[in-house]
Write a protein that binds this ligand. Sequence first.
Ligand code: TGC
Ligand code: FAD
Length: 390
Amino acid sequence: PDLFQSPDYYLLDDLLTDEHKLVRDSARAWVKREVSPIIEDYAQRAEFPKQIIKGLGEIGGFGPYIPEEYGGAGLDQISYGLIMQEIERGDSGVRSTSSVQSSLVMYPIWKFGTEEQKMKYLPKLATGEFMGCFGLTEPDYGSNPSDLVTNYKDMGDHYLLNGAKMWISNAPFADIAVVWAKNEEGRIHGLIVERGMEGFTTPETHNKWSLRASATGELIFDNVKVPKENLLPGKSGLGAPMMCLDSARYGIAWGAIGAAMDCYDTALRYSKERIQFGKPIGGFQLQQKKLAEMITEITKAQLLTWRLGVLRNEGKATTAQISMAKRNNVDMAINIAREARQMLGGMGITGEYSIMRHSMNLESVITYEGTHDIHLLITGADITGIPAFK
Ligand code: TGC
Ligand code: FAD
């Protein structure tokens, strides 16, 4: 069976350009060929499949919207979204690697870096020759990153960095880390920390039940001497990492649709093949209700996200609009995964099908890049003008 039918109930393909469709179809074909056949095994073994890094770079999985002069693909925001959708149709953990590299490592270097930093890092990050990670979250500061305590001191010819980051995707194998730390005045700045710098270690986080094919770790800085030229000078304050999160959350909104599509496709196909009480289970009203609700929710998410892509292309999308799409789509996907799993009965809990893996992965996706609750509060603050975080 074709593992990748793409539900397109409202003929959204009519809204895409030929380039969008070409980019999406090549990402889809690559995921089907290189990711889907192996990913269950890697997830079961809790290992990131490093051999796919090169291919991820080739399909535009690393910095698709970064200009070509820096090694990026120079694509628009809808192409970026479609690539994320197709990667997450395969696995949220693989999409995480792509999101982090694109929006949390390449994006800040592109937006806030010097010309020398851009030339040194971006082309190699675009091919996957260098892999990066993003350190914002700390053991004691998750939803409230503005209170983070990782800090650096000006030692004259270098900075001295101390502190720790937790829950960092790609940390165990990353060559560089974009780290958010406070200077002596308490102002947040981004620093590029390279593997091999003395006092910098990246212990892996074990025993995850979610995002098992993605490597997660800590970043520990024990008097790390960071060269002054590694500071990102273009922007400081919490707004700098928040701009990166805008870009990553936008990609996740698309990615979650991919995970939901895969669960829906799998459940729909199964419902036509599985016979109980003498007929396909897809012929029972209760199962049709589940499928009908799934395709409705996917279609609504597709429309929301396509419009958001247009707004991003025009430079008009607000943080709150991006937040709404991230929250809505991940919630939509996790609910679809749960319903789809039930439609497969006992088979749904096995690794023969992708649904349980998507379901567990989405527990991370609904938590990282701002929890579901934090995103509700972002919308609440936006519409009332009264922030309720504190
Ligand atoms: P708040 O008072 O709202 O803002 C502080 C300063 O930042 C500015 N700002 C922005 N600037 C540009 N773009 C944005 N999107 C901005 N958002 C905020 C703001 O103007 C202000 O500037 P200034 O000059 O006035 O100081 O900040 P707050 O402390 O009240 O926090 C707001 C809150 C809670 C919404 C925010 O901190 C938040 O979103 N928390 C969630 C944390 C989060 O999302 N962490 C993600 C970590 S990375 C990750 O999870 C990667 S997962 C791997 C993968 O992607 O696959
Ligand atoms: P907490 O902030 O402690 O939240 C706990 C609970 O309290 C949540 O339900 C939350 O919604 C709720 N809560 C918190 N504040 C409020 C409030 N004001 N009002 C109401 N409810 C509230 N971070 C990075 O920097 N880089 C990465 O690459 C990265 N990758 C990750 C990968 C994985 C697999 C995971 C699980 C996390 C990753 N994170 C990363 C961290 C992620 O962003 C944080 O886990 C997330 O922001 C939540 O922080 P926390 O876990 O400390 O939860």
